[in-house]
Design a protein around this ligand. Structure first.
Ligand SMILES: [Fe+2]
Length: 237
């Protein structure tokens, strides 16, 4: 995967193993570090230059804020950011309280692929609720290309049209996935829709801010509108 990422032009990636409290998927921060140290040896051996940083994709659940506070589970790159994965069907009861608690403990949630959660795609008003709660949203490149089905694709474009996205990510699990092959196509698709400045913000500027633990910048909605107007895409709004 390191090879694939480096060839695709990445210089830094955050490894985010699935973390699901209460199951066997609970890699400790120490384990994640050890595995990354092993990976670094392989990267050097292959004469690659990719930097891999520790992270975790944490399933949304009531124990998460306490476990993070206790240092039992890994945040993103050891700063206040945490990558939270919503379920694919329905959000659990009390999810607003969950985010409130997370934030009150000083963590900054970045929500992974909300466009893949059926409850959200069926009721887009909930996206607004998330944004008004100042939850940052991270969308998959592949969703714009239909890799996760038509509902996720429609939701990805909806989120982009509203300027609700903060970061784009690969959601890659294996080196044989088509995500990197289609990265260029994905970037061109997103750029056509939101304009080059917004693309740069989502693909580079904001991910760098996450690494530095800085607040993220919102998309420029005027840029999205003028891009749509220029390309006569108004019909889709
Ligand atoms: Fe995920």
């Amino acid at each position: 995967m390191a090879l694939v990422f480096e060839h695709a032009g990445y210089r830094q990636v955050v490894a985010t193993p699935h973390t699901v409290p209460g199951t066997k998927w609970m890699p400790s921060p120490a384990t994640i570090r050890e595995q990354i140290a092993e990976l670094k040896k392989a990267i050097r051996y292959e004469s690659l230059h990719l930097t891999v940083l520790p992270g975790a994709e944490i399933a949304l659940g009531p124990q998460v804020p306490d476990l993070l506070e206790q240092g039992v589970i890994q945040s993103l790159v050891d700063n206040s950011y945490v990558l939270i994965e919503p379920p694919f069907q329905r959000l659990p009861m009390g999810w607003k309280q969950f985010f409130f608690e997370l934030k009150s403990k000083g963590f900054t949630p970045l929500l992974a692929h909300p466009e893949r959660c059926e409850q959200l795609t069926d009721k887009p008003k909930l996206f607004e609720d998330l944004v008004s709660m100042e939850i940052y949203l991270q969308v998959n490149w592949g969703s714009f290309l239909g890799h996760h089905g038509s509902k996720a694709k429609i939701a990805a474009f909806y989120l982009a049209s509203r300027g609700y996205i903060h970061c784009l990510a690969t959601d890659s699990h294996r080196p044989d996935q088509h995500f990197v092959d289609s990265l260029e196509h994905g970037a061109a698709t997103v750029e056509k829709f939101v304009g080059p400045k917004n693309l740069d913000l989502l693909a580079r500027g904001n991910p760098l801010r996450v690494l530095r633990g800085e607040p993220l910048v919102d998309m420029d909605v005027e840029d999205i509108r003028s891009e749509a107007k220029r390309r006569r895409l108004w019909g889709i709004f």
